[in-house]
Design a binder for this molecule. Structure first.
Ligand code: BG6
Length: 526
């Protein structure tokens, strides 16, 4: 890790640039399976386009798309250009940059189960004049998980993917979530993949880890001495982590019916954020040290006994209601959802971490679709002031201190404390000190996929999920699934679209003297 300290000439602030040296960004070919899918058009190509525009892609780079639909290189490029107009984070799309980027894109039609597809892919990869483009290969599996094993097997059979490619070649496989649907299937899939490649060649993506604000959790904790001193059961009362979404499930009913909120968000994004908030300081910033600490933390989460699931977990499903004044259908009325579905669109959990730092400090996590607003936030709630002086005079109505890390949108960090309202009376009121990313750094926020694709090209696994992390996370959510079994949802588990989940979620906290603190709506920050 090379460290560069730079003094900012204007405000005398010391900036420390940490860059892993040497950055190995060798020319490569990126092969995207699922080239005509949504993820490719909405996320992957816009991310690659921006990396190209910012001169971060290795030179040269080739991008080959594989899918079943009939297309030519030209028609695929046209389609992607059109999608970019909608999905690019910078607008308008820079024509010049696109014209330099588009020739890198080539399309390869074929069925994933047909060996001829892989022969054809091999031939196209072989067309490259530069050797590095033929030997450094990043395979991106933007396809349903049922095809992961098949693709890796076929790539291996076609001689395109090896466990130990001869140095200095490299070959890596990026897999999208969900990686399995429970611990047993995840293990099976791992075993299938590692028959052909090493664990270190598998990059399991969780796009939350590519978000700037999520990466900032570790930097915030371990580059500021004042907070880390307080970061334990001695000073903290509890922690709340919310990932709320205003949107419903859109046209993803088929997928969501199999996943539900527990597999879609809790197993990955929420547990990953929790691990970063609660883990011990790693011994160094190298990828394995960080991942070791995350696994240790996940392993310290007290197992939820399936027969007592309701003491720790609340699930919910939305019915028709108003979001932003507009009537939204209920989950059971969404396309490709069974009319009697019991799939959860909301989950709230009370987790206890059995280690020295956190013993008996609850971590509440929740996520839901069709909630009043889209926001992801960590709220670290400090212990209340002792019941003397102002706290005693206020009769328990004095707000405890809190620190909010707002992950998105309106990214920022706020410290909540009490202050005297100016005037002749003694009136106390909560106020907040706020740091806003936009105000401090400008509005530039790269998409999570840009960072993750670059790390995949460089072979930096820090922000990808290791096998033991994944399996530990599955173990946690499997116990919950087992507890729910086939039990149908009860009335108490439904919530109207536009509400903060079912009433049972409030009771989960109320039983322990706590209340949910909902994220601030964007207008509150104007
Ligand atoms: C995905 C889930 O992983 O994350 C979606 O499958 C969810 O259901 C999305 O909407 C949320 O991501 P973001 O970046 O919009 O918060």
């Amino acid at each position: 890790m090379a460290l560069v300290a730079e003094r900012d000439s204007f405000d005398e602030l010391m900036t420390c640039r940490l860059s892993a040296a040497p950055r190995r960004r060798s020319p490569c070919s990126i092969v995207i399976f699922g080239a005509s899918g949504d993820l490719t058009a909405r996320k992957l190509i816009p991310a690659l386009y921006h990396l190209h525009k910012d001169k971060l892609l290795p030179d040269p780079t080739r991008i080959l798309g594989v899918a079943r639909r009939e297309k030519t290189d030209e028609s695929w490029r046209e389609e992607l250009f059109e999608a970019l107009q909608t999905h690019s984070r910078t607008q308008p799309v820079d024509r010049g940059a696109w014209e330099a980027f588009a020739p890198k894109l080539a399309y390869c039609r074929g069925d994933l189960s047909d060996p001829a597809t892989y022969r054809q892919l091999g031939a196209r990869l072989g067309e490259a004049s530069e050797e590095a483009l033929r030997r450094n290969l990043l395979f991106y599996l933007a396809v349903p998980p049922s095809s992961f094993g098949l693709i890796v097997e076929q790539l291996h059979a076609a001689g395109l993917l090896h466990r130990d490619p001869p140095e200095p070649s490299w070959q890596r496989v990026v897999v999208e979530k969900p990686f399995g649907h429970d611990l047993a299937s995840a293990r099976k899939l791992n075993e299938r993949l590692t028959r052909y490649i090493h664990e270190r060649q598998i990059l399991r993506i969780d796009h939350y880890l590519g978000k700037e604000t999520v990466q900032n959790i570790l930097m915030f904790r371990f580059s500021n001495a004042i907070f880390e001193e307080l970061w334990s059961r001695g000073s903290l009362d509890h922690v709340q982590i919310t990932v709320s979404e205003k949107q419903g499930i859109g046209n993803r009913g088929g997928y969501y019916e199999e996943a539900g909120a527990l597999r879609d968000i809790v197993q990955n994004h929420l547990l990953q954020v929790l691990a970063l908030v609660a883990m011990e300081p790693p011994v160094s910033l190298d990828p394995e040290s960080i991942r070791d600490e995350k696994v240790k933390l996940l392993r310290s989460i007290r197992p939820i006994p399936p027969e007592r699931v309701d003491e720790f977990v609340v699930r919910g499903q939305y019915f028709a209601g108003y979001v932003d004044g507009e009537l939204s259908p209920g989950y059971r009325q969404e396309p490709r959802v069974r009319p009697d579905s019991n799939v959860e669109t909301f989950v709230a959990m009370r987790l206890l971490i059995d280690n020295w730092r956190w013993s008996e400090t609850p971590f509440y996590i929740r996520t839901g679709k069709r909630l009043p607003l889209s926001a992801s936030e960590i709220r670290v709630q400090f212990r209340p002031a002792p019941n003397v002086l102002f706290a005693a005079a206020c009769g328990g109505r004095l707000e405890p201190n809190a620190l909010t890390l707002r992950l998105q949108p309106n990214e920022g960090i706020s410290l909540h404390f009490n202050g005297k309202v100016p005037g002749t009376s003694m009136t106390v009121r909560p106020v907040r000190m706020h740091f806003s990313y936009n105000a401090a750094f400008g509005a530039y926020t790269p998409e999570a996929y840009e960072r993750l694709l670059l790390d995949a090209i460089e072979g930096d696994p820090t922000l990808f999920i290791r096998r033991d992390e994944l399996e530990t996370a599955w173990r946690i959510v499997d116990a919950v699934r087992e507890g729910w079994g086939d039990r149908p949802l009860t009335n108490r588990e439904f919530y109207p679209a536009g509400a903060w989940g079912p009433a049972a979620a409030d009771d989960l906290l109320a039983r322990h003297g706590h209340t949910w603190r909902n994220p601030r709506p964007p207008e509150a920050d104007k």
